[in-house]
Design a protein around this ligand. Sequence first.
Ligand SMILES: [Zn+2]
Length: 424
Amino acid sequence: MDLIIRNACTLQGSELRVVDIGIGGTTIAAISPALQADGGELDAEGRLVIPGMIETHIHLDKTCILDRCRIEEGTVAEAVRETAVAKRNFTSEDIYARGKRTLERCIEHGTMRMRTHVELDPGIGMIGFEAISQLARDHAWAIDVELCVFPQEGLTNNPGTEALLIEGLRRDARAIGAAPYFDSDPRGQIDRIFAIARDFDAEIDMHLDLAETIQGMQIEYVCRKTEEFGWGGRVAVGHATQMSLLPPDRFGAIAAQLASAGVAVTILPSTDLHLMGRSHDHAVPRGVVPAEPLRKAGVTCSISTNNVLNPFTPYGDGSLIRMANLYANVCHVSRPSDLAGCLDMITGAAARLMRLEDYGIAVGGPADLVCLDASNPTDAVATLAQPLWGLKRGRMSFTRSRPQLYPPGNQGRVDSLARSQISD
Ligand SMILES: [Zn+2]
């Protein structure tokens, strides 16, 4: 073996087991308790080891632009308006540098797979697409990034946009997205996206139903289109904040429809908490759709970051564990199995949403492993467990030190070093 991870607590099916993981080259060669093999060793000390986290929905091209934008209203309309103005001055180098800042934060937090949305329209052309493609290639040693092309500023009302989406799919985009609520003809946009996806055999990942009332919801229409096109299992919708306003009967009916059509839902808690409820001056609705009833109905759900440090979300550190914890807190998730489910939504369920077939800790699979400072999935979400190290295809891709405490009577050289730094 090139490397043996000793005492890794891993989820095997639905059971937690402490095992050794033998790695040969870029793949997992053996998994067993007390593995008899020679090779370099890394002791996980019984901590939870997971197969790398998955960001199914993020925007690297418009990250880190708060210094160029104003947030007065905190509404979706303002976010799009402010970003569109900032976008006019985007250059390839600028997009690359900002995207790199956020991508590296994601890597440091244990994310190893990602779908990033990229805006295409006649204003920006292919500049963002090309910069993010290059960024993805340059970081392939740590993370697999796939591109999802989408029209943020409208499709049917924005001539020239469709040709750019098609150009993106002709290159290496694997998915096509949408934002029908910014189109003068929302259903017209949805229809075109399905037709283009069929032409290019592409995955669909739409922004959908991001609003503060239940008027004009498109989610049932997207389910019908998914069935009509036979695209079940290949369609995801992000936000769906309007669903969070529905009474249980209609919510349940849509959940059943999503499950039977094979439409997945991505929850974007940080953005939705920031943008929703702005028309209320008290008893503010939070706008985060609860995943637990969806999951129980058989809907694939993921939790994702969406935006980092821009008018859509003026926060962010690239930590998916933080998103899972934030979601759990906002949506009253407290049962241990449901908290563990929040970790599933940034790992296994996220892999199903993206149809990643080589995901998971299995013999023959890629040696993509992240060690969390936690003893089990419930604990990981509840305590915001920090990732301590990650291996991407068998190679160390990041490490993160655990904090040290120095109680009195246990002060050594390190302590005096710490004190000298504080007194400086
Ligand atoms: Zn988004």
